[in-house]
Design a protein around this ligand. Structure first.
Ligand code: S3P
Length: 174
């Protein structure tokens, strides 16, 4: 396990809207490491959007695609930043795979911040419909302990600049 982690991969986990993709991009510039985004890779492979996969095949099929994609990374990538979909760490199997792939960084965010960032978003199937704030609170409440258990490093992101988030991550992984 340790030898695999020394391959230098950094995996970003956290709730929708916590900034995994944007923090990941900035981190990739800073660390001079390329970035992979599990959602984008799945969309590219399937040639359709996450919303279309949820609508046509259902959430379980999407979760299976996440697991298959993670399996394809084990032992195959190094010095890579990996940004993950918000629900990916919920499967125990995925949490084991994440640990095998690299150092897991949880970007912890408050529900109010998620709501402000995503209140007009139409691309997250799990937050559509009535009362998105309640949906965010419920889902984040259930997921928080799982994210925390999956993480090697936890960074609180509310009201912080990208620079300070990146600085915290780079300090913690040294
Ligand atoms: C999901 C988060 C989304 C995407 C899908 C499901 C979730 O990714 O994988 O809509 O279950 O939290 P982001 O976290 O990048 O929004």
């Amino acid at each position: 396990m340790e030898s695999r982690k020394s391959m230098g991969n950094i995996i970003l986990i956290g709730f929708m809207g916590c900034g995994k993709s944007s923090v990941g991009l900035k981190l990739s510039y800073r660390m001079r490491q390329t970035i992979l985004d599990t959602d984008k890779e799945i969309e590219r492979k399937e040639q359709c959007t996450i919303s279309e996969i949820f609508a046509k095949e259902g959430e379980t099929a999407f979760r299976d695609k996440e697991t298959a994609y993670l399996q394809s990374l084990v032992g195959k990538v190094n010095h890579q930043i990996v940004s993950t979909g918000g629900g990916l760490p919920m499967r125990e199997e995925n949490r084991k795979l994440l640990k095998e792939i690299g150092t897991v960084v949880y970007l912890r965010v408050k529900p109010e911040t998620v709501y402000e960032r995503l209140k007009n978003d139409t691309t997250r199937p799990l937050l559509q419909g009535d009362d998105p704030m309640q949906k965010i609170r419920d889902l984040l409440g259930k997921r928080s302990p799982v994210y925390e258990a999956a993480a090697d490093i936890i960074v609180d992101v509310d009201n912080k600049s990208f620079d300070s988030i990146i600085a915290e991550i780079t300090e913690a992984i040294q």
